[in-house]
Ligand binder design. Sequence first.
Ligand SMILES: NC(=O)c1ccc[n+]([C@@H]2O[C@H](COP(=O)([O-])OP(=O)(O)OC[C@H]3O[C@@H](n4cnc5c(N)ncnc54)[C@H](O)[C@@H]3O)[C@@H](O)[C@H]2O)c1
Length: 378
Amino acid sequence: MKKLTYGMVGGGPESFIGDAHRKAINIDAMATLTAGCFSRTLEKCRITGEQLGVDPQRCYASYEEMAKAEAARPDGIDFVVVVTPNVSHYPVCKAFLEAGIHVSCDKPLCLEVEQAEELARLAKEKGLLFMVTYTYMGHVTAKHIRDYIAAGKLGKIRTVMAEYPQGWLAYEGEWGGKQGAWRCDPKQSGGVNCLGDLGTHVENAVATLTGLKIKRVLAKMDVVVPGRVLDDNDVVMVEYEGGATGVYWTSQFAIGHDNDLRVRIYGENGSILWSQENCEKVTMIQRDGTIIERHRGNGGIEPGAAAYGRLPSGHTEGWLESMGNLYRSFSRCITAKKDGSFTEDMIDYPTVEAGAEGVKFVHACLRSNKEGNIWVDM
Ligand SMILES: NC(=O)c1ccc[n+]([C@@H]2O[C@H](COP(=O)([O-])OP(=O)(O)OC[C@H]3O[C@@H](n4cnc5c(N)ncnc54)[C@H](O)[C@@H]3O)[C@@H](O)[C@H]2O)c1
C-alpha cells in the first residue's frame, strides 16, 4: 500500500492528544506528516513543524490558509487530523471538507447539533471520509464485544451500566493546566464540560458495543467543585428503542479514578464486563454463572476483532494501539478511495454520523437538566 500523507491542525507545543495521534498513525506507518497548523501562532507552529521534520513552507499561520494551499498542491495532503479544543472543530473540519480533503477529528465532533448535521451532509455530498476518534472503540476487546453481541450470542440486551470517572479536576482552585482550563471555560466548551468530554465517549462506547439506539434520556448534571461553572458530575438515565435501559455516570472529581471508562452489559444469555484500563481482557459471564476471561491474542476472541491485534498474547497492547486501529481502517479506506476500490462496508471506525449522535446526546441531556430533569427524546 502506498504511504498516505496527512496534515494536522492543533497538536502544538505542550498539547496532549495531537502527539498521541501522530504516534498512533506511526504504528502502522501508513501515513507521513507533511503539513500542519499546529498552533494559533506561526512561530509556535514552526517550532513543532521543525521538531517533526515538516517543511517550513507547509507550516501554516491559519487552518484556512492550510486548507486552501494543500488543496491547490498536486502533492497536497490526503487527510487532515483536527486536534484543537472543541470550539474550533466545526470551522476547521468545514474548511477542509470544502477544500475536498478527508477529515479525522477528535471528539466531541462539535458544539451544536446543526453543525454536526452540516458536517455529515458536506462529507456525504463531497464523497469524503470523516472519522471521529472515539479512541477506545479501536481496542481488540471492544471489537470482540461488538462482534459477539452483533452475532446474537448475548441475546436480547436488558440493561447497560456505563461509567467514565476521572479524578484530575477534584481540587478547588486547580484547573488541570492548559487542558483543564479550556474544558472548564464555557466559551471554549460550548456550555458543557464533563458530559461533553467524557459522556460522549460513554454514549459512543455503549452504542458501538451493543448496537442499541437511545430513545430518550433523563439527566442530572451537577457543578460540584467550588469555583467551577460547568458540570463536573453527571448521571444520565437512558431508555433505548426496544425497551432496554441504561445508567451512565461521568465525573471529574472521583479521586482514585484515572481514566476509568467501564461498560457492563446484561443480556438474556449472560453478562459482559469491560474496562478500558484493563483493555487486554473481557469478562464474560454465562447463564449458569460461569465466569470466563477472554484475553486478546488468545483463540476466544472473535476473528474480525482478533485480526487487529499486533502482538502475541501477554505482550501488552493499549491505548495507542487502539487509536492506531482506527487509523488502520481509515487509511485503508482512503487508499481504496484513491484507487477506486472503496466500498462502504470497509469502514471500521467511528464516522461523522457517530460523532453527530454524541452531540445530540449532549444536547438532549442539557435540555433535560435545564428543564428540571425531565425525560427528553433524542
Ligand atoms: N479521543 C480521546 O480520548 C481524547 C483525549 C483527549 C482529548 N481529546 C480531544 O482532543 C481535542 C484536543 O484536546 P487536547 O487535550 O489535546 O487539547 P490541548 O489544549 O492539549 O491542545 C490543543 C492544541 O490545539 C492548538 N490550537 C487551538 N486552536 C487552534 C487553531 N485555531 N489552529 C491551530 N491550532 C490550534 C493549541 O495551540 C494546542 O496545541 C479536544 O477536542 C479533546 O476533546 C480526545
